[in-house]
Design a protein. Structure first.
Length: 349
C-alpha cells in the first residue's frame, strides 16, 4: 500500500495544508540557519564539567551508602543518584551526537561508561537513536513511536495498558506507577529485540532496522561491561544487597520517571506520518529554568531533532526562530499541559 498521498490529492488541499506539506526538515533548516552563529556547531569540550559534576554526585551517593547504616541516608543517596543519572544520560546523548568532542577513544570510553551505569549498551543506543529514530522521527519507521491501531495485538494492548499514559477508565490516570518506570522496560524490550526474530510474539518494538552480526557482538561485550560496572558498585557498598538496591536499582527507577516524562511528551502527542517532519512531529516542553540547567536543555527536543550536533545551549535561540518563522508548525507546551494531554490521548495511533 502506498502511504504517500498522490499528487492529485495534494492539488485539492487548502493553502495552509499545502504550506505545511512542503515544510521538510531541510526547508526549516535552510530558513533559520542563517540566523544561527557558527559557534553553535563547534565542539564544546568545556561541557565535560557538566559530566564531572553529575558523576561526582553519583560517586558521592555511593560513598554515603557505603559508610552509613541509616535507612534515611540510603534514601537520600537514592534521590541524589536518581536525579543525576538522567543528567548523565542527557550528557551522553549530546556526547554521542558529537556536540561535546570529536570521535576518539576518550569519547568512546565516556559513552560506554555513562550508558553502562544506566544499564544501556552503547551500540544498541546508537542503533536505535542515531540510525533509526532520528532519520524517521514520527513516521512509520520510528522505533520510538506509538503503535498504530492496525498493529494492535493482545500482547501489545497489555503492554500499553500497563506502561503507556493514556485515556482509559480501566487504569489510574496520572498515578499509574508503571507508566513512570516505562523507560526501564523500553530499554529491556529493545534489548530483547536485538536477539529475537521480528516474527516472535515477544517482539514489541514498533519498528527496528535489523542488527548486524558485528553490532550484536558489540552489544554482548557492552552488556558484559555493564555487569562489571554493577559488580564494582556492589563491591563499593560492601557487597550489601540492601545498599546496592538503594544506590543502583532504585535510582534507575527514579531516573526513569524523569526520562519518561520528557520522552513521552516529546514523541507521543503528534500523529504519525509517512514522511519525517521534526517540527510538526515533535513537541518541545517548557520547564522551570533550573531543570533546563540540570537536564542540559533536553526540553528543547524539536530543536535537537533539527540540529542534533548543535550544542544544547543554543536551543533557546532555535526555539525563538521557529516561533518567528513557523508558528503554525512549532509545538511547544508547558510540561504539565503536555503530560495532561498525554493522559487524555489514545495509546494506539
Amino acid at each position: 500500500m502506498n502511504l504517500y498521498k498522490p499528487v492529485e490529492q495534494n492539488l485539492i488541499m487548502n493553502s495552509t495544508e499545502q504550506k505545511q506539506q512542503i515544510h521538510t526538515d531541510q526547508y526549516y533548516i535552510q530558513t533559520i540557519r542563517p540566523f544561527i552563529p557558527k559557534a553553535a556547531f563547534q565542539k564544546k569540550p568545556g561541557s565535560l564539567w557538566y559530566f564531572l559534576i553529575q558523576f561526582s554526585v553519583f560517586i558521592s551517593a555511593i560513598a554515603l551508602t557505603r559508610y552509613s547504616n541509616n535507612i534515611w541516608i540510603f534514601l537520600l543517596a537514592s534521590l541524589l543518584s536518581g536525579n543525576c543519572l538522567p543528567g548523565l544520560v542527557f550528557f551522553a546523548h549530546d556526547l554521542s551526537h558529537g556536540s561535546v568532542m570529536a570521535k576518539s577513544w576518550q569519547r568512546h570510553f565516556l559513552e560506554v561508561l555513562i550508558w553502562g551505569i544506566n544499564f544501556i549498551p552503547l551500540t544498541m543506543w546508537i542503533h536505535i537513536h542515531h540510525r533509526t529514530h532520528h532519520p524517521n522521527a514520527a513516521t512509520f519507521r520510528d522505533p520510538d513511536r506509538r503503535w498504530l491501531a492496525s498493529e494492535k495485538t493482545l500482547f501489545k494492548w497489555i503492554y500499553t495498558w500497563i506502561f503507556y499514559p493514556q485515556k482509559s477508565k480501566f487504569i489510574l490516570r496520572f498515578i499509574n506507577p508503571f507508566a513512570y518506570i516505562h523507560f526501564v522496560f523500553y530499554i529491556l524490550r529493545n534489548f530483547i529485540a536485538v536477539f529475537i526474530s521480528p516474527k516472535s510474539k515477544l517482539y514489541i518494538v514498533p519498528y527496528q532496522v535489523p542488527y548486524t552480526l558485528k553490532e550484536k557482538l558489540s552489544i554482548i561485550i557492552e552488556t558484559g561491561i555493564i555487569i562489571l560496572i554493577q559488580a564494582i558498585i556492589f563491591a563499593a557498598v560492601q557487597c550489601n544487597w540492601l545498599k546496592y538496591l538503594f544506590v543502583s536499582i532504585l535510582p534507575i527507577l527514579i531516573a526513569s520517571v524523569i526520562e519518561v516524562i520528557y520522552v513521552a511528551t516529546n514523541h507521543f502527542l503528534n500523529p504519525i506520518k509517512a514522511q519525517n517532519n521534526s517540527v510538526q512531529g515533535t513537541t518541545s516542553v517548557i520547564v522551570a529554568p533550573l531543570f533546563n540547567v540540570i537536564h542540559n536543555n533536553f526540553s528543547y527536543h524539536t530543536e535537537h531533532h533539527l540540529f542534533p550536533t548543535m550544542h544544547p545551549s543554543y536551543y533557546p535561540l532555535v526555539s525563538d526562530l521557529l516561533k518567528r518563522h513557523f508558528p503554525q508548525d512549532y509545538n511547544q507546551l508547558t510540561i504539565t499541559e503536555a503530560w495532561r494531554r498525554l493522559w487524555n490521548s489514545q495509546a494506539f495511533d
